[in-house]
Design a protein around this ligand. Structure first.
Ligand code: BTN
Length: 240
C-alpha cells in the first residue's frame, strides 16, 4: 500500500502538524517531511534542533485498530525498523532503550511518538524521526551523523528506505504487537548485559545491569533488589 509524502520547506514541527490531523481517518500513512523545523520537539519536553540540510526530519501518521493499551513497545519497534534500513545501507547502528538509534555509541537518530485515542478504541499515532546526516554544531549530548559511517545516500532514497521498513514493521506490530520484533530488538541492543543508570523525573536514580525487554517493551534491569521492570515514560537511561 502506498504512502503519501508531503515536504514542507519550513514548519514548526512535523509532529505538531500531524497531531492536529491525527483523528481524521483518511490520513493513515501520511508522511510529512521538513527541510527546516522552527520548533522541533524531542522526548521528555526537550527541543530538537537541526541545521538546514544537515539531517532528515519527518513524521508518519499511522492508525491502529487496537487502542492505546495495545501499543506498548511501539517506540522500540520503530527503532528496529530504522536499524534494519540503516544496516542495509552500511551503518552498523545499535539501539538504546527506549528508542534512540546509536552509531558508535553516540546518538544518530531520535524517535518521538505521540498518541491520540482512547484506551480501547482505534488509536492514531504520530511517529516523528530526526536523523543526523552531517554533524550538527553544539549539542548537549554526544551525537553521530550518518556520513561518519561512510554512508553516501541521498535524503530521498534514505527516506524511502526508512519508510519501507517502517511500513513492514508497523504492519507486523498491528498483528502481533512488540513480540513481533522483540528478539530482533534484543540482538540490536547497545546495552544488553551492561551496567546502566536509570534516572527519573522524581526520585533517586537506579543502577543495575540491563538484561532484556519484556513483550510490552519494558526494560528489565537486574538490581541489588532483584529484577525490576521499567516502562517507557519519565525515565532515561545512561550507560555506566
Ligand atoms: C528524541 O530523541 O528526543 C526524539 C527526537 C525526535 C525529533 C523528530 S524530528 C521530526 C519530528 N518532529 C518533531 O518535532 N520531533 C520529531
Amino acid at each position: 500500500e502506498a504512502l503519501t509524502v508531503a515536504v514542507a520547506e519550513r514548519i514548526d514541527s512535523t509532529n505538531s502538524q500531524l497531531m492536529q490531523h491525527a483523528t481524521s481517518s483518511d490520513l493513515h500513512g501520511l508522511v510529512l517531511a521538513a527541510e527546516l523545523q522552527t520548533a522541533g520537539r524531542g522526548r521528555l519536553g526537550r527541543r530538537w534542533q537541526m541545521r538546514l540540510g544537515s539531517g532528515l526530519t519527518f513524521s508518519l501518521l499511522w492508525r491502529f485498530d487496537k487502542g492505546l493499551a495495545g501499543l506498548a513497545g511501539l517506540s522500540l519497534a520503530v527503532g528496529v525498523a530504522l536499524a534494519r534500513a540503516l544496516r542495509v545501507l552500511g551503518a552498523p547502528v545499535t539501539l538504546k532503550w527506549p528508542n534512540d538509534v546509536l552509531l558508535d555509541g553516540r546518538k544518530l537518530a531520535g524517535i518521538l511518538i505521540e498518541l491520540s485515542g482512547e484506551a480501547m478504541g482505534p488509536a492514531a499515532v504520530v511517529i516523528g524521526i530526526g536523523l543526523n546526516l552531517q554533524l550538527p554544531g553544539e549539542v548537549d549530548q554526544p551525537v553521530a551523523a550518518l556520513d561518519q559511517a561512510g554512508v553516501r545516500v541521498g535524503r530521498n532514497a534514505l527516506l524511502a528506505a526508512l519508510l519501507n521498513e517502517l511500513q513492514q514493521v508497523l504492519d507486523a506490530f498491528a498483528k502481533q504487537g512488540f513480540a513481533a520484533v522483540r528478539e530482533e530488538w534484543l540482538a540490536l541492543s547497545a546495552h544488553r548485559d551492561s551496567p546502566v543508570r536509570l534516572s527519573f523525573s522524581h526520585g533517586e536514580p537506579i543502577e543495575g545491569i540491563a538484561r532484556g525487554v519484556a513483550d510490552d517493551g519494558a526494560l528489565e534491569v537486574e538490581t541489588a533488589a532483584g529484577m525490576q521492570r521499567f516502562h517507557v515514560g519519565e525515565v532515561s537511561l545512561r550507560a555506566l
